[in-house]
Design a protein around this ligand. Structure first.
Ligand code: GLY
Length: 271
């Protein structure tokens, strides 16, 4: 029912872009083991994983979410805000082209997938250091005929919109109120991260609230190191799978950024 596109960890991960976290040594072997655990978590939540080989000359290429957006109707190749990341999309595009009609953000627009959160037909886009007004406007024009409404959202103190807020169920968002004005999400049920867990707002939802074979297949993948926020999620009825991604967090990554999750339109019921 779901496809997850991933990419193996680059040998040059330690040279990654960093914006809001300090540079500290990264254990590459451990990062690779943790990434393999993340892939297993995707599989355990019902994803068919399509794994791309590492791109050793592109440190951030494991963060495959940033190079494309995938909707049921279309895929959009982004134009990442960090110049060092603009080569990452070339090997993702042919795979996506086999799954969706393709569009692209063009210069001078910039857009990182980590800045884009879809909630039904509403698409929230972070106006961050990586995504600019031109990129957001191009996305608005691309998506309007498909019935999606794009909302620009200002973030502060974090890399991407999805550092500050992610969808965890149809009507429910996990938020870090220090990094985004939550008044913009007033219509949704909001779960705040525990104050002691600053980076805990990034959860990867797999599911859409639909039943599969009579069973609700819906839940999130969330970092192991945020137990207090996990408790809040579970108390709200969210099914949580934890993954240890400590080494990827040192590269300013988390759970959404390591995959592109899309509906498997060829096998919508998992058959
Ligand atoms: N290291 C993740 C990013 O800055 O894009």
């Amino acid at each position: 029912m779901w496809i997850a596109i991933t990419r193996d960890v680059s040998a040059s991960l330690a040279g990654c872009q960093l914006s809001f976290v300090p540079r500290v040594p990264i254990d590459l072997d451990l990062a690779r083991q943790q990434h393999a655990g993340y892939v297993r978590a995707l599989e355990s939540r019902g994803c068919r994983v399509l794994a791309l080989p590492a791109q050793d000359d592109l440190p951030d290429a494991v963060f495959v979410e940033d190079v494309a957006l995938v909707f049921d109707e279309v895929a959009v190749m982004t134009r990442p805000g960090a110049e060092s990341r603009r080569g990452e999309g070339a090997s993702v595009a042919p795979l996506l082209a086999s799954l969706r009609p393709m569009r692209a953000i063009e210069a001078p627009g910039t857009l990182d997938g980590g800045d884009v959160m879809r909630v039904g037909r509403q698409v929230y886009v972070g106006r961050s250091a990586r995504s600019n007004d031109e990129g957001i406007e191009q996305l608005r024009v691309l998506l309007a005929p498909l019935g999606y409404r794009v909302h620009a959202v200002v973030t502060h103190g974090c890399l991407h919109l999805k550092s500050a807020v992610t969808i965890v169920a149809d009507d429910t968002l996990l938020v870090q109120p220090a990094w985004v004005d939550v008044a913009q999400f007033a219509g949704y049920r909001l779960i705040e991260v525990d104050p002691a867990e600053e980076h805990a707002a990034n959860a990867l939802r797999i599911g859409d609230g639909a039943l599969q074979d009579g069973v609700l297949q819906d839940g999130v993948i969330h970092p192991l190191c945020f137990p207090r926020t996990r408790e809040r999620l579970e108390q709200a009825g969210i099914d949580v799978t934890t993954v240890d991604v400590s080494e990827l967090q040192k590269a300013e990554g988390a759970t959404t950024c390591c995959s592109l999750v899309l509906r498997d339109l060829a096998h919508p019921h998992g058959d």
